[in-house]
Ligand binder design. Structure first.
Ligand SMILES: *Cc1c(COP(=O)(O)O)cnc(C)c1O
Length: 426
């Protein structure tokens, strides 16, 4: 069946026709439908995934691929992890949503387990990562006015050039990427930029009105950029001296991705006042995010100050609780460190005229290509032909971030393909 048949059919007999046609649809039909009816806000690789398990995904043509992106680290536990699936189904039978108008029997335990894991006192649950960042911004500002004593509407938050914190209007207001902001204004004021990794610039940027410093321990979207050793600890020291909150966005780097539970733990002495989590917090089953902090900051919220209909719902909490248990009980943090080290060592042996640098921590790895390599996208396309799914980030970097459950044999399988593509492509 051809794609052009769809528009006429779907107008007259929707929705039943779609179900019938689904059985006959192949990659190109899905792509055409998507292009016609969906906003073009992504540039995906042209593979249509139908099912997935562990590190493997299967497309509608019956091809099998190794997932080397893990939905930007949201499926660190592997696709459709059986334990998280079980927890989700069990909870879905019982109760999915109460809203926070009433209490539910999952939220309290989620709070307890999450705050213990983070070594903090309180948490505030949201759904997407960007919402959690918004929550952190609101918390810092409210803390600034009510605890620190900053004059109303004067609060400043320091952020880093090259950051990625999400896509809401306020969050893009403090992106340094013009593409993220163009024609989305007027933007939210109150943000100050400093170069990433530069302690002196941070110190200079602090004013009496600075309430927080928001930073990613590794800039993952920015190209897997690792700051100089000691940066987070020194930045924290300066912030504390000036009564400025330290907020680590660990949405992508947290929960084992970099070979530590949290990426800031690579930096001895670094300590957050606020941790922002998302992505792998649910193992990819459901959007779950949270801000985790102490009572001095999260304690500023009173009823009515902030909320979300779905935030903290029992289904989300049950899923997140199991997702965290899987990370701990399957020793995925240790696994990430070990496998990441192994894979990076192997990558260093590749002799390719295109590669400028291989870097990373744990299973968050960036292969930076030379500018003359013509961009990372064509290499990702070539790897896709080899049945390895990767995504470029920031034009010249290929990011490798497989599910943390990946085995040494699977990494070897991937390595052969990466080596072939990097060494043979002209
Ligand atoms: C993905 C990501 C976000 C945004 O999360 P969404 O769930 O896409 O809103 C924020 N910060 C970092 C570091 C991320 O990687």
């Amino acid at each position: 069946m051809r794609a052009q048949d769809f528009s006429t059919v779907s107008q007259t007999t929707f929705p039943s026709a779609a179900h019938i046609m689904e059985k006959f649809m192949k990659t190109q039909e899905y792509i055409q439908l998507e292009e016609r009816h969906g906003a073009h806000n992504y540039h995906p690789l042209d593979i249509v995934i139908q099912r997935a398990e562990g590190v493997w995904v299967h497309d509608v043509e019956g091809n099998k691929y190794l997932d080397f992106l893990s939905a930007y680290s949201a499926v660190s536990q592997g696709h459709c992890h059986p334990r998280i699936y079980q927890a989700m189904v069990e909870q879905a039978k019982k109760c999915t949503l109460t809203s926070r108008a009433f209490r539910n029997d999952q939220l309290a335990l989620f709070y307890k387990e999450l705050t213990e894991l983070c070594g903090m006192e309180m948490a505030l649950p949201m759904n997407s990562g960007a919402e959690a960042v918004e929550t952190a911004v609101k918390t810092a500002r409210k803390w600034g006015y009510e605890v620190k004593g900053v004059p109303d509407n004067k609060a400043e938050i320091i952020v880093c050039n090259g950051n990625f914190h999400g896509r809401t209007t306020t969050v893009i207001s403090f992106s340094s990427d013009p593409e993220y902001k163009k024609h989305f204004g007027p933007l939210t004021p109150g943000f100050v930029f400093v170069p990433y990794g530069d302690v002196a610039a941070l110190e200079k940027a602090i004013t009496p009105n600075t309430v927080a410093f928001l930073v990613e321990p590794i800039q993952a979207e920015g190209g897997v950029l690792i700051p100089p050793a000691g940066y987070l600890a020194k930045a924290g020291e300066i912030c504390r001296k000036n009564n400025v909150l330290v907020m680590f966005d660990e949405i992508q780097t947290g929960l084992g991705r970099t070979g530590k539970m949290f990426a800031y733990q690579h930096d001895t002495g670094a300590k957050p006042d606020m941790l922002i989590l998302g992505k792998a917090l649910s193992g990819g089953f459901y959007p779950v995010s949270a801000v985790v902090a102490n009572s001095e900051t999260l304690g500023v919220f009173q009823p009515g100050h902030h909320g979300s209909t779905f935030g903290g719902n029992p289904l989300a909490c049950a899923v997140a609780r199991e997702a965290l248990r899987v990370i701990i009980e399957e020793k995925l943090v240790e696994r990430s460190a070990e496998m990441g080290h192994y894979f990076r060592e192997r990558l260093q042996t590749i002799k390719s005229k295109h590669v400028k640098e291989v870097r990373g921590r744990g299973l968050l790895i960036g292969v930076e290509l030379k500018p003359e390599a013509g961009g990372a996208r064509r290499f990702c396309e070539a790897l896709k032909e080899e049945k390895l799914l990767c995504k470029e980030t920031h034009e010249h970097v290929i990011r490798f971030a497989p599910p943390l459950v990946i085995t040494r044999e699977e990494l070897d399988w991937a390595f052969d393909r990466v080596k072939k593509v990097l060494e043979t492509m002209t």
